[in-house]
Design a protein around this ligand. Sequence first.
Ligand code: ADP
Ligand code: 5GP
Length: 208
Amino acid sequence: MNKHSGAVLVISGPSGAGKSSLISKISKDIGDFHFSISTTTRPIREGEIDGVHYHFVSKEEFIKDIENENFLEYAVVHGNYYGTSIKPVLEALHNGKMVLFDIDVQGNAIVKNRLGELITSVFVTTPSLSVLKNRLEARGTDSQEVIDKRVKMAKREVQRISEYDYLIVNDNLDEAAEKLKTIVKIAKLKHSGNEINEFVQRWEDIDE
Ligand code: ADP
Ligand code: 5GP
């Protein structure tokens, strides 16, 4: 693996917290990165593009991918399957790119377990539950039943904020985006244990 590679940033938070808005807002300012396009069985929303926002597949295709061990992690979220394909992630890391994941709290726990110190994680949420409800309703992409499910799930997700390195309360979008940019910079500076060991070894070998 490229010596300067290995940065992985996990972004989680309730649906409607503003994760996608924040990622698209900072995307031009954070240099070269790879956004991990998840695979999902959830129905495509208006405005979404297959292969850009997600790879939309049937449940049968998803289960085949699980059996073929194609996922770094996968989870059932709000009744649909979501998973991160391992191959593009490894390729991006190999090429020294920063990898961005928008995955849920279950996914974060698995990825943290598997990639350990490569990970920096941030939890994004709204200032309150009622703001979350308003944003989901204003987004207008989900039925009331789906919104209720997501709001209920949000209450459970925020219980797990302590599993994350950073918390962003997305009240003002510009301010939240600045915070996320800072976290990206920090994630890029974080070196894996192997790189640090190599550095210490080289440092000790250098004679004055
Ligand atoms: P997520 O990706 O976390 O599900 P989105 O990025 O789709 O969330 O944001 C949910 C809705 O809230 C969208 O309609 C978006 O335009 C809006 N939104 C995002 N951030 C803010 C903010 N800081 N203030 C007001 N509305 C916001
Ligand atoms: P949405 O349906 O609103 O796009 O996403 C719903 C939830 O699924 C969000 O919390 C999002 O972070 C999460 N999610 C998206 N892709 C993945 C994935 O590949 N793995 C996991 N574990 N969660 C994901």
